[in-house]
Design a protein around this ligand. Sequence first.
Ligand code: ADP
Ligand code: MG
Length: 367
Amino acid sequence: KEDTEKRQIVELIRKLPKLDKIFEVHKKIGEGTFSSVYLGSLRQHCHLSDKEKKWFAIKHLVPTAHPARIEHELRCLQDMGGKNNVIGVELCLRHMDTIVFIMPYIPHKKFSEYVGDMDAAELQRYMRALLSALQHVHSFGVIHRDVKPSNFLYDRENQRYLLIDFGLAQRICYEPEPEPNIGSRKRPRDEDGVANDAKRAALDLSVGTPRPQPVEGFRPPEVLLCVARQGCGVDVWAAGVVLASVLCRRYPLFRGADDAAALAELADFLGTRSLRDAAQHLGRRLVTSTERRGLCLRRLVARLRGEQLPERYARRAAPATRASGAAGAAAAAAAAACHSCRSCRLRAEHCVCRDDDQKAEEWAEGV
Ligand code: ADP
Ligand code: MG
């Protein structure tokens, strides 16, 4: 592996000699679908100790990426970056189809190394940092669309956070959903009637069919149901999944291999009715072969962490779960009649506190 990485560095330097003039490229530190990222330092600092050097992340974009897409990512970094926990760009170098972004480097650990041991105060700081970065991005009318822990770097020692990777970012679409057969599905054509790649790509960045997101457990219903009109909610949903992962101490929390499997997981989690309602709201019809009530997050979290539910919740659930006979039936009916479960605050039909512990356990085992 090391040899391959060294060869990649040599190849990059060969294609982009000016990179080598300014930077020492030390090693590969990351790889995504659209890039490889290397650790670099300034040649002029070569006499300094590692502590004194200024470190950079050198992102080499795959040459097959569309130029308009690369330009858009760079614009996002230039316009929004450098503040509110959003990464900025220091320099961009290009020769022919070889393009690198030079960005500040932030040391960080893998999410899986800290997802299991964050306390409430640390989680609060982490989520505040993530949400403030998203608020900043959204204030520019842009959706990040790839919010996940590997794109939100956390330097735990120094309490620093950085939202990175605008490779899938898109302008918020305020337009109403197009009628079927007209609108976004047609390719934009130039005056000669010839589909124009560059124009189409530029349009794709603003509205229209969003670029597919990688199959990871952070996609909200509007993405899974291929709704063209997507808003900031896409990022907020992903941040919610990050939060739920830390609460449950499980990563990945969702791992649906394709859109249908991911929808089935959400249906298990939220209940089929909530998901159907959401689909209807988005102008889609969702058909499920079975009904699921959804899980109570509070109980699930307690179970996955091996913790006891606080006494007050256990007590509130008691009449419906434990009482038997006429009194039990009356209590269950009363609980079902009220709008939300007093224990988990979910609507009665979504609540599993009363009689569906088994289902939660089975699901939790799956996770
Ligand atoms: P991609 O678009 O291919 O997903 P990213 O920009 O997300 O590329 O970078 C891939 C990985 O490289 C990140 O998950 C991270 O581990 C590492 N990385 C990227 N930028 C930085 C940075 N500024 N500091 C430290 N590591 C980084
Ligand atoms: Mg990434």
